[in-house]
Ligand binder design. Sequence first.
Ligand SMILES: [Zn+2]
Length: 298
Amino acid sequence: MSIKAWHHRLFLGLLSSVLWLSCAHSPVPPAIPDAAVRVDFIAVGHGDAILVVSPGGKRLLIDGGDSDAAPTVLAHLRQRKACPLDLILLTHAHSDHAGGLTKVIEECGARLLVDSGYHHESKVYAHLLEKVEQHKVQLLQAVAGRQFDLGASAILTLLGPPQPFLQDGEEGVNSSSVVARLSLGTTSVLFMGDADATEERWLLGRSHPLQSMVLKVGHHGGRTSSTLEFLRAVSPRLAVISNWPDASKHPHPETMARLLEAKTKVLETAREGTIQLILDGEKMFLRTEKQPAEVELR
Ligand SMILES: [Zn+2]
């Protein structure tokens, strides 16, 4: 499917009714029967790949890493019994977020893919769209305010992308990232994709609450994301950075200084390996590949 055809399908998707995950039939029994949401920031090197498994057993993947990361992502999904996925949320079309999804769709399967709808010409993105069509994955454009009911009071709310898009061309890809907030009771996680300061300013001007216990830092901790004003609005106890061992400016020292000023604990996948959060609606627990003993996040 061409990117043009995809955008036509996105438009049709907008006309159709909202798809609630809680209403969807799931062919596999819930993998996690307890009342916790589990969020795994998978260590994929350069890129993002985040698995969310809800108390209702819904399985969401936010981005899929680069194409080289596909075996790592697939191994994690299989280990978590997360296939087929109920939803893939592609924050934006850059290869370090979209590249691994082609294999995920082929080998794990997915019912629905939500993306920003921002026009981006790339072989990786075009190839992904071909797979989406070939495997009959439903497509939906992210619209700020849309909610996905994950069951047992867990809700995923889309806060972006901005509409209309804020920038054109290559710059606009990051600033049109799908931003999403997961909430269960008083526990919450904000997923930023590669959103930059431009999108952060837009989010600050909206009425939706941004405050979240955990922030998946935008753009791997790059300099042009995570302004102090934005960090103060989110007020996270923990900031998670998805990065890679030789990433000299991800996180950028200036971003780290702002996170320090915001008094936020910071964990990086490059140092910790895969980072796992467990949200029970009141408390949040944390463990990492490096520190596998579960600790409460205070
Ligand atoms: Zn990225």
